[in-house]
Design a protein around this ligand. Structure first.
Ligand code: TXA
Ligand code: MG
Length: 334
């Protein structure tokens, strides 16, 4: 395990080639480098090096049954990771890559077992930020990268969040400031019919169906927490802060006994009963703002050592799907 983590600042849109080079050398030697993507920070290793990828699981404390996403810098590199590239991935890649959409496809022999947790499929995407693509291009190989946090912790949207969890456990951190979306990519299973969304994200099912029409997505299960996960990483409790976090409808707040130090996170607009002045209150009125702020708010609540986080979830509307999904995993019902 790495003893010191080297930190370098690097522009996300205009990355310094010397720093990219240094990071690519670390990866080539089998090391771990955390870097920004447009969604959250990723913890990268050379996806073709099984020993390096095993270090990701060790550094995160990630269960070995949870497969990693493989990041590529071009469709051509993506095609080398999969067995068959057909019409649907072609249409989706053309429209949404680089961007926050991960496509799960039958995997090729270029990708070792450890990356996909032994599954016969692999999730791939081209990340939106130039810094991430430059790193892949310099390495000349795909980069396996989960979110750069300890397993079951809150995903990092700032370099500081990465350090909190992984300082001394990884070789290098490239600090490019805040990420763009703040929520992980949409994960789409194209490996069998019907096509299925495994994890909601910035790209909505409506946008996906428009791109692949007349193909449709399988209807989503009522609650993604109810049945066995199709996607091994989609555990019911995930992204959870250390602080006790409950979700409650606006109307249920009136009877609540607030402990000493609490925070109230409000998603969407609601009529709220009065809450004590001592409660820290944050409002996230739109899905965009909520996506950018959610993980940073949860990190901040943990840093403040609060006694309770109360979340008022947004309305059950498509534009809030990804936020509702993450909140359901980060909180328990009141
Ligand atoms: O935005 C993102 O996707 C970020 C950045 C770094 O790219 N990555 C990320 O990785 O969120 P991670 O490991 O935290 O989440 C990956 C999700 C997990 O739920 C995993 O189970 C699923 O993708 N996944 C990966 N490969 C899969 C596969 N072959 N079949 C089904 N699910 C897969
Ligand atoms: Mg994650």
């Amino acid at each position: 395990m790495a003893a010191t983590t080297t930190i370098r600042s690097i522009d996300r849109d205009d990355p310094d080639p010397a720093v990219v080079d240094e990071a690519a050398q670390v990866l080539r030697a089998g090391g771990l480098v955390a870097f920004a993507t447009e969604t959250v920070y990723g913890l990268g290793a050379d996806a073709t090096n099984a020993e390096a990828v095993a270090r990701i699981f060790a550094a995160k404390g990630r269960p070995s049954i949870n497969p990693l996403i493989v990041h590529v810098d071009s469709v051509a590199m993506g095609m080398q990771c999969v067995r068959n590239w057909t019409v649907a991935p072609g249409l989706l890649a053309e429209q949404f890559w680089p961007g926050p959409l991960t496509l799960v496809l039958p995997r090729s022999s270029a990708i070792p077992d450890v990356v996909t947790a032994g599954l016969d499929t692999v999730g791939i995407r081209i990340p939106g930020l130039a810094v991430a693509r430059a790193l892949i291009a310099r390495l000349g190989r795909p980069i396996a990268a989960p979110s750069a946090n300890r397993a079951s912790g809150i995903s990092p949207t700032l370099a500081r969040h990465v350090l909190k969890d992984l300082d001394g456990r990884i070789d290098m951190l490239l600090d490019s400031g805040p990420t763009t979306y703040g929520l992980e990519s949409t994960v789409l299973d194209l490996s069998s019919f019907p096509l299925r969304m495994l994890r909601p994200g910035a790209i909505s099912s409506e946008e996906i169906e428009q791109a692949i029409a007349p193909l449709r997505l399988a209807p989503r299960a009522e609650s993604s927490t109810s049945d066995l996960p199709v996607s091994p990483g989609l555990m019911p409790v995930h992204y959870a802060p250390r602080t006790r976090a409950v979700r409650a409808a606006a109307g249920d707040l009136s009877g609540l006994r607030w402990p000493g130090r609490s925070a109230l996170l409000v998603f969407g607009t609601h009529d709220l009963p009065p809450v004590p002045e001592s409660v820290y209150r944050y409002d996230c009125p739109t899905p965009d703002l909520a996506g950018k702020a959610l993980y940073a708010l949860l990190h901040a609540c943990d840093d403040l050592n609060l006694d309770l986080i109360v979340v008022v979830p947004p309305p059950d509307r498509p534009e809030w799907l990804a936020i509702r999904d993450r909140l359901e995993r980060a909180t328990v019902p009141l």
